[in-house]
Design a protein around this ligand. Structure first.
Ligand SMILES: [Zn+2]
Length: 378
């Protein structure tokens, strides 16, 4: 991809979505918004109607109505890993997944330049097919499995999560051997994958192994959420603070804190965002790349917020990679905080920068439950 004209591409995508998805057209018509007429400039993007991620949940039975092409034109259904047994189901074409690959390859911090990768996920093919079902003649595949599949891992990659009948288990012996092999070597290496599985494994090893020093050329790249303490069938019983994760893992593995990065995406979205750890903020700072937009919306009023320190729901505006489903404007029930609208205060990148605070909880959730379950006339 050459330099993108995000607004023009976004408008084109939204107009097509309006014409191709009757449910989205209905939502827009109810709000008096026609993208061909009302989306004239970047400022109008505040008004773009959005679907919420909850609408894609299997239990709602609406995921077929959120397609932009007939189901027989899809290549696959991508599904989220789900704690509740109620995954999101998003129809995709292969060309949309290739778009996501282009974005991942443009993120310099995500390119695998490492000689050795150690991954807290199963091999991509195993992950893709894990608990696959057939819906309307197409197989479901794990979204994370698809993300792993397009990532350029080195030849020396160890996938630590192994299938064991219906379950997945962590190959602790291989993890321990990896740490011992690279101790005090300053090798170019990465440890990637599920935050909660990596944290859990480090805590198990701490009891019977001395800390190692992987050194300044190692990076720790997590993804797939899990900061609320839950992922799939695994639960830690409490939320995991990013600061605690980074301090404990940094100390045990001997990797500098500034070498920690985290990726954020979800099944209904098409551009992952990446954050680098900030010692000052004691949190990951996520840059919003030029090929996507993020809006933060007030939890109660849902109005767009634009000031540093404002917190609210995260809305992702996708210009690319949503040709098969109505994914151009998606609101997710994660809370983000604006660090800066223009520039990362830590590294100086001229990009909107946010922190991700996690799911809404307790009293806040009561206020937004209705919001996120709206079917908006579908
Ligand atoms: Zn930065």
């Amino acid at each position: 991809m050459e330099r993108v004209n995000f607004f023009m591409d976004y408008k084109k995508n939204l107009v097509q979505q309006y014409n191709q998805c009757a449910a989205y057209k209905l939502l827009c018509d109810n709000q008096g918004f026609n993208p061909s007429i009302n989306l004239k400039s970047e400022n109008d993007m505040d008004e773009v109607p959005y679907f919420t991620t909850t609408l894609f949940k299997k239990s709602h039975g609406l995921f077929k109505d959120l397609l932009r092409v007939p189901a027989d034109k899809l290549d696959k259904w991508t599904v989220s890993s789900s704690t509740s047994g109620d995954p999101s189901i998003v129809g995709r074409r292969t060309k949309d997944i290739i778009k996501i690959k282009e974005f991942i390859e443009r993120e310099k911090s995500l390119k695998s330049l490492n000689d050795y990768d150690c991954v807290f996920y199963p091999e991509p093919e195993v992950m893709k097919k894990y608990k696959s079902q057939v819906i309307l003649g197409k197989s479901t595949e794990s979204y994370i499995g698809n993300m792993l599949d397009i990532f350029n891992f080195s030849e020396n990659t160890i996938f630590l999560i192994k299938p064991d009948k219906e379950d997945l288990t962590i190959d602790m012996d291989s993890f321990k051997a990896f740490l011992e092999d690279h101790n005090n070597m300053d090798h170019n290496l990465s440890i990637r994958g599920s935050t909660i599985l990596l944290f859990d494994s480090v805590n198990k090893l701490k009891d019977n192994m001395k800390p190692v020093k992987l050194g300044k050329n190692a990076i720790i790249h997590t993804g797939g959420g899990g900061w609320d303490g839950k992922k799939g069938n695994l639960s830690m019983g409490s939320a995991l603070r990013r600061q605690d994760f980074v301090e404990i893992v940094s100390e045990f593995l001997g990797v500098p804190k500034e070498n920690f990065v985290d990726s954020y995406s979800f099944t209904e979205n098409s551009f992952p965002i990446t954050g680098h750890y900030s010692k000052e903020y004691k949190d990951y700072l996520f840059h919003i790349p030029t090929w996507g937009r993020v809006m933060i919306r007030d939890i109660k009023t849902l109005k767009p917020l634009k000031n540093e320190g404002d917190k609210g729901f995260i809305q992702m505006l996708n210009a690319y990679g949503t040709s098969a489903f109505a994914g151009a404007s998606i609101l997710v029930d994660d809370i983000g905080e604006i660090v800066s609208m223009e520039e990362c205060p830590e590294c100086g990148s001229k990009l909107m920068t946010i922190r991700i605070l996690g799911r809404v909880k307790g009293s806040e959730a009561k206020g937004c439950g209705a919001t996120l379950n709206v079917k908006e006339g579908i």
